[in-house]
Design a protein around this ligand. Structure first.
Ligand SMILES: C[S@@+](CC[C@H](N)C(=O)[O-])C[C@H]1O[C@@H](n2cnc3c(N)ncnc32)[C@H](O)[C@@H]1O
Length: 414
């Protein structure tokens, strides 16, 4: 796909705007599916078919396109090339202590950045595994910024032992002054820094005029306002207002989740629905009210204990006798509905992620960067595999330094 980002964003924006009734809703709010045109199809789906479709985006979009014709357009709008870079080989002492898929993910990310000349700023570095690999593969110096002091200490210790040129800086990037970390002669890098953490990173890096900016965003809803604040001028003109629930939809892909996690999640949904029915009956309310997230250990216990906890959270007094088994059985029926509503929403998850990522790409273009958008690794390594790479455009003497979004976006191809 080689059309420019503005055109692609606007087409995607229009598609998402026209199909809002299929993705911008809370499944738990509904006791039956809210789309009569889809009812027969959804109720006819076996649980097995549902799981298979949920694991296969294009099959799902294809199946639902009979009812939602806009889905015929979606695959072209969310398509991205995978970077054709070579995975660097690492000695065992460097990859030691980095878990399974993460090593390959980091190797692919480093291969895609292909940085050997500029010093790197590593944002929200954790233990700085990425920074250490970058330093090993030729980056002259890495400055790693991280909130958690013990991760900084461990990272600095490993880097020193391995003779790698790295400096750790312990900072809360949402509270502390951070502008001084960004330099024009620098490659600013953020791998999976959540929500506002990567948004602040982008604004600071663009302001400082870093020569290169590379990031793979994730968890768009974290540390951000309840209603999404678009970054680019183009996205600011959109009629779509994303909520945290919509932003979380962009992350609902379970390609790397072990089946145990999926099973616990299913049980959690069942218990939340059953508790919701109890609460409705006890309080006479007919609205779904969410119960806060909780340590998953509670779902290995008794349903009754979960209800006692949830009731306390919501200030509900439960009667002494409740037929918990009956509520669980009724919730099983309702879960069928919830899962089918979620399935339809899932047809749009990559489109919402792409909308968010294009907003970021456009923002950097508006700051005079040439921007490329690719996938840096296979989805099986991480579903958050989109990579934005921005390089400061070279200007001749006397030329304005900052161009408008329209100018830069038409000049730059994906
Ligand atoms: C998902 S991890 C990513 C780590 C690493 N970049 C990677 O991809 O392996 C996010 C990191 O951001 C750090 N973090 C969270 N909030 C932060 C803040 N306010 N300031 C700095 N770092 C923060 C966390 O401690 C964590 O190490």
């Amino acid at each position: 796909m080689t059309s420019n980002f503005v055109t692609r964003f606007q087409a995607l924006d229009q598609l998402l705007n026209e199909t809002r009734q299929y993705w911008q809703l809370l499944a738990f709010d509904h006791l039956c599916t809210p789309w009569p045109e889809l009812d027969a199809y959804l109720t006819g789906l076996s649980d097995l078919n549902l799981s298979a479709l949920d694991m296969d985006q294009s099959a799902l979009q294809h199946a639902l396109a009979n009812y939602i014709p806009q889905l015929n357009e979606i695959s072209a709008l969310i398509a991205v090339d995978t970077v054709g870079s070579r995975r660097p080989t690492l000695p065992f002492w460097l990859s030691n202590g980095i878990k399974g898929r993460k090593v390959n993910q980091l190797q692919d990310f480093v291969g895609a950045l292909n940085e050997q000349h500029l010093p790197v700023l590593e944002w929200c570095a954790g233990k700085g595994h990425l920074g250490r690999i970058l330093a090993f593969t030729g980056v002259p110096h890495v400055d790693s910024v991280e909130l958690q002091a013990h991760l900084c200490t461990q990272g600095a210790h490993s880097a020193q032992q391995q003779g790698l040129a790295m400096t750790f800086h312990c900072a809360d990037v949402l509270q502390d002054p951070v502008a001084h970390y960004f330099k024009p002669q620098q490659h600013a890098v953020a791998l999976h820094a959540c929500g506002q953490l990567h948004q602040n990173f982008m604004t600071e890096a663009a302001k400082a005029g870093c020569e290169k900016i590379s990031l793979s965003p994730c968890c768009y809803h974290l540390f951000t306002p309840a209603q999404y604040a678009p970054m680019s001028e183009v996205a600011k003109r959109s009629q779509i207002t994303l909520t945290h629930n919509d932003m979380k939809l962009a992350l609902q892909e379970t390609v790397t989740a072990p089946s145990r996690v999926a099973k616990v999640r299913k049980k959690e949904v069942l218990w939340r629905l059953a508790f919701d029915a109890i609460r409705r009956d006890v309080t006479g309310s007919d609205k779904y009210i969410s119960v806060p997230s909780v340590n998953k250990a509670i779902f290995s216990g008794e349903f009754k204990a979960f209800c006692a906890w949830a009731a306390e959270q919501k200030g509900v007094r439960l009667p002494a006798y409740i037929d918990y088994a009956a509520y669980l059985e009724a919730a099983r029926q309702r879960q069928q509905i919830t899962e089918r509503i979620e399935l339809v929403r899932h047809a749009f998850r990559r489109a919402i992620e792409m909308w968010l990522v294009l907003d970021r790409a456009l923002y950097l273009q508006e700051f005079g960067y040439e921007v490329a958008l690719t996938q840096f690794c296979e989805k099986s390594l991480t579903p958050r595999n989109l990579l934005i790479q921005a390089a400061k455009q070279k200007h001749s003497v006397g030329e304005e330094n900052v161009s408008t979004g329209e100018e830069s976006s038409s000049a730059s191809a994906e």
